[in-house]
Design a protein around this ligand. Structure first.
Ligand code: CS2
Length: 487
């Protein structure tokens, strides 16, 4: 049996090692949501920034729910192997920027104390779209969300990210621990504004006195993050072990491409992330919109159509010519809704996306991307669709994706095998479907009226309705492959 990876492990020569001594750097960042994406992206930029620019910027991780990340990382002193895969082979790097991980439900007070610690100057978040508790009709806090409701009722013992942030800020103010930057790294448009609004909303309902202090002492820059990172599998772990010579329960695999665009608004300093390849700009919004509508929008199309057509991974789905054609068409239509993005040629960007999606060296599951559809569709599909229709453009490229998602909502493969939808609104979806008798037009009407995610202009458009129902009809009668070929 191999020994477990740790700070003193002398890993094999095939692995690039940290170019700094981790013990020389204290933590300065609290990161909430220590998943594969964080380990392949921000933790890596921080690792490089520590080596180049130094500073007390190591990361204290926080898991809001499961102890899995702590169990994997803490016995390894936060170390893990990051494997980068493409058609030409694998490379690996040992990352040392994470110090340790706290499990919030085990010790909520430790999380609040960490946010309030004077040494903490940045809190970053990758908790996925649904964990913010956004009310999709107002854009503010959704008091009906179970965790938000709990935290509003018990602000001193929170369970969710917004509750923890506010509890941490209260204590930070009391301790006079200095200003703080809160940096959202989730796939939401103008994500800094969103978190700022949710925090203010939560504070207004629980500690209105805090609002002035937040205004003066907390910044919420927006950021666009990008790196396709599938969930870790047994193969990731065994490859990492073969390369390092040590058992690694926290290894991750990812693609070569990586991008991080950040609004330069840090009130208490930051690591030298720019030296590590991040781009600092005044306005992140054009980059966020581009990435959400082109990359993530195409991903959702590929996920729903691909999963139902029997393709396990994104690369498998891209090998289907009709899926690849539709993905290109949707990206071309979405690009027309964007204003120019500084320094980026959108056609090159789209071609690059097709190549990234086709990288067969990583196995990015369509079922993984299909989850949380109602949290993803608004910014990825519905917003560019509404813009296209407002400009008098053709809604057709987006209509197929909507139909594929509606078909996916039925929760049964074409062979009749049931699957879990894994969507925070799945109870509402199931109820709507049961009322609808599952014919295409009733299904469309039931879903558009039961869910709060459709803007009025879309919900009432007869032309969109006709297009989506047409595709749904073929998907239900002749199956997804036929619908793809005819689209
Ligand atoms: C994907 C994203 O799972 C999903 O919804 O679309 O995780 C995607 O891989 C990343 O945003 C790429 O940067």
């Amino acid at each position: 049996m191999n020994m477990r990876l740790s700070a003193s492990a002398n890993v094999g020569p095939d692995i690039e090692r940290p170019a700094y001594t981790s013990q020389d750097h204290a933590t300065g960042i609290v990161h909430i949501g220590v998943g594969a994406f964080h380990k392949a992206h921000q933790a890596l930029y921080t690792d490089t920034a520590l080596a180049i620019g130094g500073g007390d910027w190591r990361i204290l991780g926080v898991s809001l729910r499961s102890p899995e990340a702590a169990h994997a990382l803490n016995p390894q002193n936060g170390r893990y192997v990051l494997i980068t895969r493409d058609q030409s082979g694998d490379t690996a790097r040992l990352v040392a920027s994470i110090d340790r991980v706290l499990v919030a439900p085990d010790d909520p007070d430790a999380v609040i104390a960490a946010i309030a610690d004077p040494g903490t100057r940045i809190v970053t978040l990758t908790i996925t779209e649904k964990a913010y508790g956004i009310d999709r009709t107002t854009g503010g806090l959704d008091p009906a969300n179970e965790i938000i409701a709990h935290d509003l009722a018990h602000p001193r013992s929170p369970r969710g990210a917004i509750g923890f942030l506010v509890a941490g800020l209260i204590r930070r103010k009391q301790a006079d621990a200095g200003p703080l930057t809160i940096l959202c790294c989730d796939n939401l448009p103008e994500n800094g504004r969103i978190v700022s609004r949710l925090v203010a909303d939560f504070a207004a309902r629980t500690v209105p006195d805090l609002l002035g202090w937040i205004d003066a002492n907390v910044r919420f820059p927006s950021s666009m993050v990008d790196r396709i990172t599938p969930a870790t599998t047994e193969r990731t772990l065994s490859d990492a072990q073969a390369m390092s010579g040590f058992a690694d329960h926290a290894a991750v695999e990812t693609e070569p491409f990586s991008q991080w665009i950040i609004e330069d608004d840090f009130i208490a300093g930051r690591p030298a992330w720019d030296e590590a390849g991040a781009l600092f700009v005044d306005d992140v919004a054009p980059y966020e919109r581009m990435k959400l509508r082109l990359l993530n929008g195409a991903h959702s199309l590929i996920a729903y159509a691909g999963f139902l057509a029997g393709c396990e991974t994104v690369a498998d789905a891209m090998a289907n010519r009709a899926i690849a054609r539709l993905a290109r068409a949707q990206m071309a239509a979405a690009a027309k809704t964007l204003s120019p993005v500084p320094g980026i040629d959108l056609e090159t960007y789209r071609n690059q996306l097709v190549a990234r999606f086709s990288n067969g060296a990583i196995r990015h599951l369509t079922y993984q991307i299909a989850m949380d559809g109602t949290e993803k569709l608004p910014q990825r599909i519905l917003a560019p669709l509404a813009d296209t229709m407002a400009q008098g453009g053709d809604p057709a490229p987006f209509a197929f994706t909507l139909a594929a998602w509606m078909r996916y909502c039925l929760g049964q493969t074409e062979d009749g095998a049931p699957y879990d939808l894994r969507d925070p609104r799945q109870t509402i979806i199931a109820r709507a479907i049961n009322r609808s008798d599952r014919t295409p037009d009733r299904l469309y009407d039931a879903l558009t009226s039961a869910l709060d995610i459709f803007p009025q202009s879309l919900a009432t458009s007869p032309s969109l309705r006709g297009l989506v129902i047409g595709h749904l009809q073929t998907m239900l009668k002749d199956k997804m492959i036929a619908a793809l070929d005819r689209a």
